[in-house]
Design a binder for this molecule. Structure first.
Ligand SMILES: Nc1ncnc2c1ncn2[C@@H]1O[C@H](COP(=O)(O)OP(=O)(O)OP(=O)(O)O)[C@@H](O)[C@H]1O
Ligand SMILES: [Mg+2]
Length: 506
């Protein structure tokens, strides 16, 4: 028997108008962690959907442990020992952890003639599995009350109760904090050491170098290369991914900074935010660094009218303003692009065009009549300028790859020609090249006088793009750096600093 767990040979998969996979090959060895990388829309998720029976390939063969197999559907894939964890979890929100874990294969006992669910047996069985993985999740909590990281742990636990031999993780860390990522990596390594073969998809190249044994690059639905991680480097990977070498990840142009556009004085809310004062000037790209939970998103929502602040004042162009909702903010040129594109950013069963023009219906209509041609030209301009990979703007957003959905969300805001744009994690899930494209656009916008607030958990991105960076911590601003004083260490130091006193003693 060879040591190959999974072999995909000459796989072809087409969708109407799109060749997603073209003569694709991939080999996963037993007990390795194998990364797949490639640009947005390269075909990574589609390839894994072929393996898990979501899509059946038009051509090509799948070999599992030296046997050629047909995978009929996801349940069939599960029963053959293949589990997948998607970025968006597939758990039932209203059910408990335990119910989710045993859904469809509950342990049943008899009370008299009646079969009833044996919760105790299920809980015991689960606890022993979780214990061996050093995971702790409350069994009778409803899924909707868990954080993203815990949900992923439930997904992993679910995969393991199926005794999976192959585990696929598709961008699992996109919304995790560093600590959660570390915990996840420990679990993945533990699984590998127990002989599970793992496919790991991520746009964070650093993660690949920390975690993985080999890496396969795909581009435009085709196989490009497979390398030992120890024998390659980031530049080589990027060159394989984009088909040329890339040198400028942060194309920031020097911009003449104008007068003050917006300032905030002692903003606060009932829960987290307090004593927030800052200002931003025309043409400036202003960064907000900080840990998850430090209040950056809450501040953005407060500024842009989603959750108006309870205390303090906001001045726009020197005048005090009070936005009661996001529409009022938008009318004055202040637009927020959310980090949670699934929830607020895009509507997936609408087309690219309809998403982009949705917030500006009144701009493209006269006397209630919509000017379709104008809508298409706006959408087309945005599609081209940020390189949304779709055959045309009538393409449904749900059929776009994850990163391209993110671009639609940014494009929708750009189409409004705002004065002040608040971008919350604008490049999450976006590949290196498109990231540089988005950075280039941000830079151009700033050069044309637009002001940008940028929230990001990637310090290199903030350091590369911003004129100034505020550091948030525990709901307030804990530090400020000018571009010539940027230092990753010092920013982190402030973001991580403990409170001192009572909390430090805990
Ligand atoms: N159901 C579908 N219908 C039509 N086209 C699709 C469908 N699913 C995927 N595609 C297309 O197939 C191509 C590959 O998409 P896929 O989701 O596999 O990319 P990806 O490599 O996972 O990208 P990302 O990094 O952005 O997640 C894209 O052009 C996408 O628009
Ligand atoms: Mg994908």
């Amino acid at each position: 028997m060879s040591d190959t767990a999974l072999r995909l040979s000459a796989i072809v998969k087409t969708f109407p108008g799109v060749v997603a996979l073209n003569d694709m090959n991939f080999e996963l060895r037993q007990g390795e962690i194998h990364a797949i990388c490639g640009e947005n829309g390269a075909g990574k998720s589609t390839l894994m959907k072929v393996v898990t029976g979501v899509h059946s390939p038009d051509q090509g063969t799948i070999t599992l442990f030296d046997r050629e197999e047909k995978i009929a559907n996801p349940v069939d894939a599960f029963s053959k020992g293949i589990a997948i964890i998607y970025q968006e979890t597939s758990l039932f929100e209203e059910m408990t952890v335990l119910e989710n874990l045993f859904l469809g294969r509950e342990i049943v006992k008899k009370i008299g003639p009646l079969p009833v669910l044996d919760y105790k047996a299920m809980a015991l069985r689960m606890e022993s599995i979780l214990h061996s993985l050093h995971i702790s999740i409350p069994m009778d909590e409803k899924i909707k009350n868990l954080g993203m990281a815990q949900k992923q742990m439930v997904e992993i636990a679910k995969a393991l109760t199926f005794r999976s031999r192959i585990l696929i993780l598709d961008e699992p860390t996109a919304s995790l904090t560093q600590e959660e990522v570390d915990a996840l990596f420990a679990i993945i390594r533990g699984l590998r050491d127990n002989g599970v073969s793992i496919v790991y998809i991520s746009h964070r190249l650093e993660e690949i170098f920390i975690l993985c044994d080999r890496v396969t690059v795909i581009r435009d639905g085709r196989y490009i290369s497979t390398k030992e991680v120890a024998k390659t480097n980031k530049d080589q990977l990027v060159a394989d991914m984009v088909g040329r070498s890339m040198d400028n990840y942060y194309p920031k142009t020097a911009v003449e900074i104008g007068g003050e556009l917006l300032s905030a004085r002692e903003l606060g809310d009932r829960e987290l935010l307090h004593d927030i004062s800052f200002h931003v000037r025309r043409g400036e790209i202003l960064g907000f660094a900080g840990l998850a939970g430090s209040g950056r998103t809450e501040l953005a929502m407060a500024l842009s009218g989603f959750t108006p602040p309870e205390r303090g004042e906001i001045f726009l162009d020197g005048k005090a303003v009070r936005f009661r909702n996001y529409r009022e903010a938008m009318e004055q040129g202040l637009v927020y692009v959310t980090e949670d594109r699934g929830k607020y950013g895009v509507i997936v069963n609408m087309s690219v065009k309809d998403n982009i023009v949705m917030p500006q219906l009144d701009k493209n209509s006269r006397f209630g009549v919509i000017n379709k041609q104008k809508e298409y030209s706006v959408a087309e301009r945005i599609r081209e300028s940020i390189g949304i990979k779709a055959p045309d703007t009538d393409f449904l957003v749900m059929n776009l790859s994850g990163g391209n959905q993110q671009k639609v969300s940014v494009g929708k805001a750009l189409a409004l020609n705002p004065k002040l744009l608040i971008l919350d994690e604008p490049t999450r899930g976006v590949d290196v090249n498109s990231k540089a494209e988005i950075h280039r656009i941000i830079s151009q916008m700033a050069a044309s006088g637009l002001t940008i607030l940028m929230i990001s958990s990637e310090l290199p991105e903030l350091i590369g793009m911003c004129d100034r960076i505020y550091v948030m911590k525990d709901g307030t601003i804990a530090g400020c750096f000018d571009r010539d004083k940027f230092s990753q260490e010092e920013i982190l130091h402030i973001a991580l600093a403990s409170e001192g006193g009572a909390e430090a003693a805990l």
